[in-house]
Structure formats: C-alpha cells, structure tokens
Ligand binder design. Sequence first.
Ligand code: RVP
Length: 495
Amino acid sequence: MKILPEISRTLSEYLLIPGLTTEDCTPDTVDLGTALVRHRIGEESGVRIATPLVSAIMQAVSSPELAVALAQVGGLAFIHQNQPVEEQAADVRAVKRHKAGFRTIEVTVGPDTPLGEVARQLSATEQGVAVVTRSGDTEGAFLGIISLDDFHLERHGAHESAGSRMRGRAGLVTAPVTASLSEANELIWEHHLDVLPVLDGDRVASLVLKRDYQAHKTYHRASVDGEKRLRVGAGINSRDFKDRVPALVEAGADVLCLDSSDGYSVYQAKTLEFVRETYGDAVSVGAGNVVDGRAFRYLADAGAAFVKVGIGGGAICTTRAQKGIGRGQASALLDVVEARDAYARETGVHVPLCCDGGLLNDSHMAMALAMGADFIMLGRYFARLDESPSPKVQIDGQWYKEYWGEGSQRAQNAARYGQGGRMVFEEGVDGFVPYAGSLYDNVERTRAKLTSTMISCGSTNLRDFHRDAVLVPVSAESFKQTGAEVQLRRPTADH
Ligand code: RVP
C-alpha cells in the first residue's frame, strides 16, 4: 500500500491569474483549434477540430442529429456503442451522408397508421411532416407524405388512416438523391412546394423543406474530412471489437474511442493491437479513461491515438461511491499532462488528452485547457440541448431533458459497466437536466467565454495557453466568493 502525498483536487479549486493582454490578442486572432489524434511534433495531426469539444459516448447524448450539429460548429461527436453493431454503423453512415439542407426523416408511418398516431409522433418529435411508406419504416417503398396541414383531428377523426389524407406519390414533385441543394431549391420555388422528397430508388433518402431555405447557413468551422463530409467518431469496447471496428470503419467513422470507466487494462492494449495489426495507422483509436501518468504511459505505448482522463467525476456518475476508485479531475489531469509532455520529449510524438466528466460550467473547461487538456468531452452539457436524443419533459412548468448514466439500470451498458458481460450493480443515475435550447447557441457562447479567458491570459492558441497559464489553488473560503453575492432578480423594462 502507498498513499500519494497530494490531495485529490477538482477543477473548481483553481483560478487563473490574468497575463498581459496585447493588441494581437483579440476575438478574431484567438484560435481554439486542436489536434484530436497523435502526431509527430512539428507535423499536423491527421484529425484537427476547430472547437475543442466532443460529445460523451452515451445513449442520452450522441445521436446522428447531435453529431451533425456538433461537427457543423467545429467539434466532434462519438456515436455510442451501447447498441448493436449494425445500428451504430447506421448512425455513423447517417452523419457521413448528411448533406446540408437535406433533412433526415424523423417520422415514418404506414398507410394504415391512424391519424391520431401520426399527430402524436409529429408532436413528440416536433416535426411538421411524416413520410408514408408501404411497410411503415424508413427502408420501405415510398407512398406519400402527410403533414399537419393535410388533416385536422376534429374534422377527420383520430382513427382515419394516414393513407386517406396523405399526398400520394403520383401527384408529388420529387428529386433524385444526386440533386444538389440548389437544384432542390429550384424545384421548390418553381413548383410552389413546401416540402420536396428526395428519392433513392423506391425509398425516401431525405426531405428538403422550404422553411429551411433562409435558415441554411454555411459553417466555416465545420469538422470535415478530405471529401468535405462531416466528421464523426464512434465508441467501441474491448469485447466485441473484432466485429464492431470493421463495421464502423466500413461506415466511415473518422476516429474510434474505447469506452471504459477504467482504461488501464490489458484488454485495451489488446484492442489497440488488433486495430494496428488490421489497419496499420489508417484507423485511430483513443483509449481510457485514466487518472494517472502510469496508465497514460501504458496506453500511449500501446498506440492510443488520444487518451481520455477522468474517473468518477461525471454528473450522473456514482463510481467513486460504488467502487472507491477515481481522482479529482484537476489532480488527474495535471498528473497525466506531465506524463504526456514527458512522452513527447522522449518520443517526439504528441498524444492529445481529452478531459472527460464533471465539467459543470464553462470556466471548468477553461481550467482544463489551461492545465493542458487538448479537448474536452461533455455529457450533461450536450444532453440539455435540442439536438440530443433524450426526451424533453415538463415538470412544474419548467422544461428538462432526461439524462442517464451509461452505468445506470436504464442504459444497461454491460460492455462498459458489467462483470462478465452482465450488469451486477449500478454506477450511474437516471435523472433530469434543465433544458437549455439549441446546440448552435450554446457552443457559440461557450466559445466566446473560452476566447475571453484566453484574451485575459494573453494567449492566442491552446498550445501557448497551456505553456503560459498561471493557476492558483483557492481556499474553501475564497471559493465561496466566486458567485454573485446579491439576491438576483429579473431585469424589468425600466432597468
Ligand atoms: P458529464 O459531462 O459530467 O455529464 O460526464 C460525462 C462522462 O461521464 C462520460 O463521458 C463518461 O466518461 C462518464 N459516464 C457516463 N456514464 C457514467 C455512469 O453511469 N457512471 N459515467
């Protein structure tokens, strides 16, 4: 037995001392870009992202819709691995196939589906139009579309069929899957359409909506591959990797990540070895999670593309209480950063670090980046947003999104939290987080805050920020003074 001399500290136990802000340091010159995968120092990383935020490998967080939005604003999502291989590969494919302006189909019904059920599904998914197929699923033959303008429950009755009110295929203008967005928009305006189905053979590949015409923006920071397709990551585990990895690579995943709460294991090394033997350097796999330099070194030597840091800090995580393992996120990060920098000096290779779990506000992100994290993984942050797959619920007049841990009974993630492939006890909870609106707005605001912190510290890029940041631990007393000390009230019009 050995007891480490330092106390285990969290990110909120530190503050940054401002550095000299020069005229070169402005919102336009600050670059939040970062390397996602290992690279030789002085050379570019094979995958770089402009916004150092990635989404947690969780059911409640990383869906194709969130992955598209996050890649558009310069981050990257990791599609979760707590689902059959084929379903995960289909999610990856949906992101890689995404074409701006072309919407994936949210609601598909059959011709016999009652109108009441169509209305329920449209309202639950906040959609205006459903696709009708012969089989009632997305792969089925296209029969027509039905929108909220095509029926009224009081007039037509909840039991009438979708087929009786749909706009049938024969009377619809459609576009082939090869159409560009401007060709699709041409058809919409020429034929006075509100919706244009895009067909791939007999099935509907996507919809183009007239109301998206104005909203369509170009995302100058988007994370894209060499063919301008959005980038997406995917979680894997050290059990079924021989099946899962080939399917995800085939689907076009840009980077993979081992999903485990304790990554210091021979199983992770074996998974990395399999990928290296099968694909050489063509497939990048991140590993973790770890909380000390020894574990980092083990995974870096085994070929990890990046290493994820953090055990037990997640907002829904009870691992520390259940198993007694973990470490304060700041202490873990500082120890691993030292090992990462030593590894770089020794080998000439930079292995990026991902700070994962327990980042409750934007200042925690600034602190993690100052301490040396290359990018940040967030669960709770993204679960709160419109684009996350978790249900939105109203409680006492307030809106929330459901958020559950991968170690919870609800997630049943035995590959990550089980023993012998079976869940024996829980390491996570199932709860709610306050709903916070759109990912686009939230990420923009977070970027603005991180940029502002870096300007205060006089750094224009993350490398300099890490090198020059001056941090100070705060006492429990001064920590209490970090918030507002007045009773807050909402401003009124005359304030
Ligand atoms: P947070 O951002 O604080 O919500 O934390 C998300 C992280 O928590 C995930 O990336 C993962 O490492 C961890 N996690 C996920 N599920 C659980 C659990 O059930 N214990 N923990």
